[in-house]
Design a protein around this ligand. Structure first.
Ligand code: C2E
Ligand code: CA
Ligand code: CA
Ligand code: CA
Length: 281
């Protein structure tokens, strides 16, 4: 990258800012190639709580990168960088292997009947090796397939619903469960939902965050839950941060909740396994 010198060879503020952004992007991409082998990547787990039993029933695996120079780099920054190239295949496979292995060991040790939720990116969904990668991770970890739920965003599915349906069916044949992530942002119809081989729908955090402040939002969440239940899907609400949001969601018949109010993503030993709601009551 060469910063364009405007106005007689001087770099403007924007040139400098852009150059810094591009340089960070390139450096992170370079470093990410070796992050796994240098032990800089680890998996945080966030509890998913069943509203009926008030128990933790699953944990979502969220990738963390401790960069030696930049500190904690968020997945919101490095996953999109990885997604631009085949790097996501390496990072994604590494994450699955690590999470299934750690999760299987802890689950057996604690005699917990928890499910592991793991995210798949759009590019992983198009990878012909995906099926094999998932199969190998499960086998190596000795984790039963039904203990794994793979999350795929609504956007990634709706990009090419026919292709996605084919891949999801293939994954389902392995015995894993499937969830639509960030639901509500991609305009899928009930007919489309019904054709997808999925078990769970996760309502996007943006809908949950203004619950209780806007009656429009409440109406949307109500109809998403009704629609999901009409085709026998389990509903998880993401990004629950307050007692008020939790109570509203319980009143609307939401099945499960996830969010800072129940527990932040953390190392596995900090996972509140019993009843995270008790802490607040
Ligand atoms: P996501 O799959 O929608 O994950 C939920 C994100 O919301 C996580 O951010 C989580 O920390 C955050 N969150 C959970 N509860 C709350 C809450 O109550 N309030 C707020 N404000 N945020 C909450 P995180 O860990 O930074 O991950 C961001 C995104 O990066 C994820 O969004 C996912 O799309 C992606 N990602 C993370 N790990 C992986 C991975 O291993 N593979 C892939 N493909 N993507 C990943
Ligand atoms: Ca997710
Ligand atoms: Ca999500
Ligand atoms: Ca998201």
């Amino acid at each position: 990258y060469q910063a364009k010198a405007r106005g007689g060879g001087r770099l403007t503020f924007f040139d400098v800012q852009l150059r810094e952004r591009v340089q960070r992007h390139m450096a992170l991409e370079q470093d990410l190639r070796h992050a796994a082998s240098k032990d800089q990547l680890w998996v945080a787990y966030q509890p998913v709580v069943d509203l009926r039993t008030e128990r933790t029933v699953a944990a979502e695996a969220l990738l963390r990168w401790d960069h030696p120079a930049h500190g904690a780099v968020s997945p919101g920054e490095f996953i999109p960088i990885a997604e631009e190239s085949d790097l996501i295949q390496h990072v994604g496979a590494h994450m699955l292997r690590t999470a299934t292995r750690q999760f299987a060991a802890e689950r057996d040790r604690l005699e917990l009947d928890l499910q592991l939720n793991a995210n798949l990116s759009p590019r992983q969904l198009r990878d012909p090796q995906l099926h094999t990668v998932v199969q190998h991770a499960l086998a190596a970890a000795e984790l039963p397939a039904e203990a794994l739920c793979l999350e795929i965003t609504e956007e990634a599915i709706m990009h090419d619903p026919a292709q996605a349906t084919w891949v999801l069916n293939e994954l389902r044949d392995l015995g894993v469960e499937l969830a639509i992530d960030d639901f509500g942002t991609g305009y899928s119809s009930l007919a489309q939902l019904q054709r997808l081989p999925v078990d769970t729908l996760k309502i996007d955090r943006s809908f949950v965050s203004d619950l209780g402040e806007s009656s429009d939002r409440e109406a949307i969440v109500t109809s998403i839950i009704a629609m999901a239940h009409s085709v026998a899907l389990t509903v998880v609400a993401e990004g629950v941060e307050t007692a008020r949001q939790l109570d509203l969601l319980a009143g609307l018949g939401c099945d499960k909740v996830q969010g800072y109010y129940l527990g932040k993503p953390a190392p596995f030993d900090e996972l509140p396994t019993r009843n995270p709601l008790l802490r607040h009551r």
